[in-house]
Design a binder for this molecule. Structure first.
Ligand code: ARG
Length: 458
């Protein structure tokens, strides 16, 4: 183990098991960049406030910048024997610039330091996530545009329901992903407070300028309660909840595509490059990528639960339990990012099977609501219209007949308002054309929304 930041008070060395058990460097090393940036701002502030000498501050900043350069170049070898990323940076800085490094930790603690590092990290990750969400939206939009005119049977309860444009359903994904982005931006508003200078939990007698550090690091404002600053992990829960919602959206999209790629649906073909085979059944081509996206969603719900339970019993202050906030956060972030990336790529590799879909559209039960609405327009009440068409559908099913095969005489038996004109409605094109209510699936409305999203996602 490298030198402890708290070693002097201890009469003996920590047990090797304690060292291993308490160390977080294996995962918090990914915060190195933010730890160094935070330290640079802190060192500058210490100098400006004359808490340390100007040349000492300059030396600290120079040393920290050299660490940053090495980190960027991939040359900073992380020592996994360090307790955490803060100790590692501190000890390495001392090796580079000598004893003055001991002044860096003036007026701060690892408790406020870690709170700062994660906030900075998440702020940047929210930008990355937003970009990935936009990329997926663009990819879905391209797919919608390429298949603009295609009508599919839509489902409710996973039973055939009514015709919709495939592009209309795809735009539903884009709407959901847009809300995901908005949710992340909302969370970002609450994350954008700078906790450094809260020290262990009570503040400090040293004349810090927290506002300066806040501006240096590009935060909206400094936090206003030192205890809350080191205890608060709401922002992590909030972001992971947002990630959990994103993963639910991705899981549902994946489920649609999995269903559509079955021989039973046969709506789409997913390119071989995004499928895998079976070690026993030579004929198989499985949508494993999509299944894993669906599966990971469960794991991310787990990350959220893990954080909520971690926090619920803690006294209000810093407790070491809080170290365990990072693995679920990182896990949720990494997996959502990977899922977004591969799903965007996968959408570029789907072929829609027009003929196979057209054969599903021969099912005339898809048009019963259109006939009900035709009757309503003739003055029949909704209940009665539903009843008339219901009896007609039942009769057809009982007799193995299609609605289009019914004669005028047969139609009139169900209602004097029915006539051969209804056959006009047994057509997918007519059916979607009729849905002109705001947000409906008519081609004109959908084209308008495609234009809207094209401009928006440019
Ligand atoms: N590694 C800790 C964390 O991730 C920060 C260190 C605080 N440790 C302490 N003994 N106060 O939360």
């Amino acid at each position: 183990m490298t030198k402890k930041l708290w070693g002097s008070r201890f009469p003996k060395k920590t047990h090797i098991l304690t060292e291993r058990f308490t160390s977080s460097i294996a995962y918090d090393q990914r915060l190195a960049r933010y730890d160094i940036l935070g330290s640079i701002a802190h060192a500058k502030m210490l100098g400006r406030q004359r808490i340390i000498k100007g040349d000492e501050a300059a030396l600290l900043v120079k040393g920290l910048n050299s660490l940053l350069t090495d980190l960027k170049a991939g040359k900073l070898k992380i020592d996994l024997k360090s307790e955490d990323i803060h100790s590692f940076i501190q000890n390495l800085l001392k090796k580079r610039i000598g004893g003055v490094a001991d002044k860096l930790h003036t007026g701060r603690s690892r408790n406020d330091q870690i709170a700062l590092d994660i906030r900075m990290y998440i702020k940047e990750e929210i930008n990355n996530l937003t970009e990935l969400l936009t990329q997926l939206q663009r990819s879905v939009l391209r797919f919608a545009i390429d298949n603009k005119g295609i009508i599919i049977p839509g489902y409710t309860h996973l039973q055939r329901a009514q015709c919709v444009l495939l592009s209309h359903l795809l735009l539903a994904y884009i709407e959901a992903l847009e809300r995901d982005k908005e949710r992340l931006q909302d969370a970002r508003e609450r994350i954008d407070f700078m906790p450094l200078g809260s020290c262990a939990f009570s503040g400090t007698s040293l004349p810090l300028d927290r506002g300066f550090v806040c501006r240096q690091l590009g935060f909206k404002a400094a936090t206003t309660n030192s205890i809350d600053s080191v205890a608060d992990r709401d922002f992590i829960i909030e972001v992971v909840a947002d990630l959990a919602i994103i993963s639910v959206h991705l899981s549902r999209i994946a489920e649609d595509l999995i269903l559509w790629s079955t021989q039973e649906f046969n709506f789409i073909d997913i390119d071989f490059s995004f499928c895998t085979g079976s070690s026993i059944m030579p004929h198989k081509k499985n949508p494993d990528v999509l299944e894993l996206i669906r599966g990971l969603s469960g794991r991310i719900q787990g990350d959220l639960s893990s954080l909520l339970v971690l926090l619920k019993g803690l006294p209000t202050s810093y407790n070491r339990d809080l170290q365990l906030d990072k693995p679920p956060l990182f896990d949720a972030l990494d997996n959502v990012k990977e899922s977004l990336e591969i799903l965007a790529e996968l959408f570029e590799n789907i072929v829609v099977k027009k003929e196979a879909i057209a054969s599903h559209l021969k099912d005339e039960s898809l048009f019963t609501v259109d006939i009900v609405e035709y009757l309503i327009k003739k003055g029949v009440s909704y209940r009665q219209a539903h009843d008339i068409v219901g009896r007609m559908v039942k009769d057809c099913l009982d007799k193995g007949k299609r609605i289009s095969e019914l004669s005028v005489g047969e139609l009139k038996r169900f209602s004097p308002f029915l006539d051969l004109e209804i056959k006009h409605f047994l057509d997918p094109g007519v059916s979607v054309e009729l849905k002109r209510s705001l947000g409906g699936t008519s081609p004109q409305l959908v084209a308008g929304r495609i234009d809207y999203w094209r401009r928006r996602l440019k």
